[in-house]
Structure formats: structure tokens, C-alpha cells
Design a protein around this ligand. Structure first.
Ligand code: SAM
Length: 162
């Protein structure tokens, strides 16, 4: 499979998983968290499919397309290893949807990082909330759901807090 194929599969899967998670959590009140703004493409998609829901963006350095840059009051700046514990104190276990796309090209490094931040993300979800990730996560209590239609197995992961 070419790198172009891998990239396309990741994009198609992100969209399918985000659409599924947004629909499944549509009647929940809690905030939505976007971990990793990057260019802002997934943030832009999330605000389009979840208009009216508060979306907080976690990023260490904002360098997004100006058209996809969150408002300063919705931006939580810093390393997620520090900002996630602070956000847990601020919001409690209230998140309706958390999307994480924090990885780069090094798959081993991505996996190590996913192991490190899984315990920081796990307590933030409200009951019924969903977590969508581009990397496999390592949760003790969340249930991994089947890949939704339109997503490619292994390119996107969805977890639920029961
Ligand atoms: N989903 C984005 C999009 O559609 O444009 C792409 C996100 S990009 C792959 C990953 C982002 O995560 C980068 O902007 C990087 O700065 C951020 N990031 C990586 N590790 C981080 C950390 N420890 N704390 C905060 N942000 C981090």
C-alpha cells in the first residue's frame, strides 16, 4: 500500500469515525475536546458537524490555517501531558466526545505516546461519551467499538464509556 493510500485511508476514517461519534453523542451536553489542532482540518469538520456544541482545542503551538483556528478562549495551550490533568480538574468527567490526532510519522513513538496519555484521557469522558483516535489507545475501562461504516479497520479507533 502506498503512502498516498495510507493517507487517504486515514482521512476517510477520521471523517467516518467523527461523523459516527458526533451523531451518537448528539444529545449529550458535555464539552467536546479536540487533541492536536495541526492544520485545523478535523477541527473545522468537527465544528461543522457539531455546531452549537462547545469544542475546546488542546495544542502546544497553534499553527493552523487561519480559517480553521479556534477562538483563544476555546484553545488550551500547552503539552497535553500537563493540560489534560488541569482540564480534568476544571471540567471533571463531563466530555461527550474526545478526538485525538496527536501522532506523527514515527509509529513506535505514537504508540508510546498513546500509552502515556491514555490514563489522562480515560477519566475525562462522561458516561455515554465516545473517544475517537487515530492511534490505538490503552484504556482499562472504556469499550472499543467496531469500526463504523466508511472507516478502514486499524486507521481509526472508537471507544465508549459505559
Ligand atoms: N487533526 C489535525 C488536522 O486535521 O489538521 C492534525 C493534527 S497533527 C497530526 C498533530 C498535532 O498534535 C500537531 O499540531 C502537534 O503540535 C500536536 N501535538 C503533538 N503532541 C502534542 C502534545 N504533547 N501536546 C500538545 N499538542 C501536541
Amino acid at each position: 500500500m502506498s503512502r498516498l493510500d495510507v493517507f487517504i485511508n486515514r482521512m476517510v476514517s477520521q471523517r467516518a469515525c467523527l461523523n459516527y461519534a458526533a451523531e451518537q453523542t448528539g444529545d449529550m451536553d458535555g464539552p467536546v475536546f479536540e487533541l492536536g489542532l495541526g492544520n485545523g482540518r478535523t477541527f473545522d469538520h468537527m465544528r461543522e458537524i457539531m455546531s452549537g456544541r462547545p469544542i475546546y482545542v488542546f495544542e502546544r503551538k497553534v499553527e493552523s490555517n487561519p480559517a480553521s483556528t479556534p477562538e483563544p478562549e476555546m484553545t488550551i495551550l500547552g503539552d497535553v501531558r500537563e493540560t489534560l490533568p488541569a482540564a480534568l480538574e476544571r471540567f471533571g468527567a463531563t466530555a461527550s466526545l474526545i478526538h485525538a490526532d496527536l501522532g506523527g510519522h514515527n509509529l513506535e513513538k505514537n504508540d508510546r505516546f498513546a500509552r502515556e496519555i491514555s490514563p489522562l484521557i480515560e477519566p475525562m469522558l462522561a458516561v455515554g461519551g465516545l473517544m475517537v483516535s487515530s492511534d490505538r489507545m490503552y484504556f482499562d475501562t472504556l469499550t472499543e467499538l467496531p469500526t463504523p461504516p466508511g472507516a478502514v479497520e486499524g486507521r481509526c479507533f472508537v471507544y465508549r464509556k459505559d
